[in-house]
Design a protein. Structure first.
Length: 204
């Protein structure tokens, strides 16, 4: 950010007198406000350039079965998102062992679940006539807890067997039969979807 001498002088006059008594965060807010006040047109141009860079990026998964998501959003949008996340995270029941950060992370997932499975999910754009879904491939032997063969999360990669079983047990999900050879090549693709009953999902 560059300011002409006249504008910079106005900013200095607005912030320097109070600076010694402010925390770093408070000083930064004062500086930002002073710049917006002294050069509103320049600030608007910078905002438009920044707005063009908005994006959401998924970080690669690691061997813990965890992924990161990085977002660059307009201030108002980021504030709305965090307000929704914090509101969900505050729903704490007695004895809840989760930390505040863990509750916020779970709240983000809950927002996604509400979007995919809620009453408005029918309005979501479809790909090839299908609703947005996540796909997990897991061996029958893993589902039956006979071994610890990793599952496969589409778009991410291998995931721990325990996580694959947990995802397969989701009561909102459906199963489809896939038959592969010993090398993992698909031999037969089942066209019938099966929604496991509650008692079976709980067993998994």
């Amino acid at each position: 950010m560059s300011l002409d001498e006249s504008t910079a002088a106005k900013v200095e006059q607005a912030v320097l007198a109070k600076a010694p008594e402010q925390s770093l965060a408070s000083f930064r807010r004062s500086l930002r406000k002073a710049v917006l006040t002294a050069a509103p047109q320049s600030a608007e141009q910078r905002h438009e350039r920044g707005l063009a860079q908005r994006r959401v990026v998924r970080m690669p998964a690691d061997d813990t079965g965890m992924s990161g998501i990085w977002m660059l959003l307009p201030d108002a949008g980021a504030t709305m998102l965090m307000t929704a996340i914090d509101a969900l995270a505050r729903r704490v029941t007695p004895g809840d062992p989760r930390t505040a950060d863990q509750r916020r992370a779970d709240a983000v997932i809950q927002l996604a679940l509400d979007t995919l499975h809620g009453t408005d999910s029918a309005e979501l754009p479809r790909e090839h006539g299908m609703r947005p879904t996540i796909h997990v491939t897991v061996a029958l032997s893993t589902l039956l807890d006979l071994d610890e063969e990793p599952g496969e999360l589409a778009g991410s990669g291998p995931i721990p067997a325990a996580l694959a079983r947990k995802l397969a047990a989701d009561p909102t999900g459906t199963w489809r039969r896939l038959v592969t050879d010993p090398l993992g090549k698909l031999i037969d693709y089942g066209h019938t979807r099966y929604k496991p009953p509650k008692h079976l999902a709980e067993h998994v």
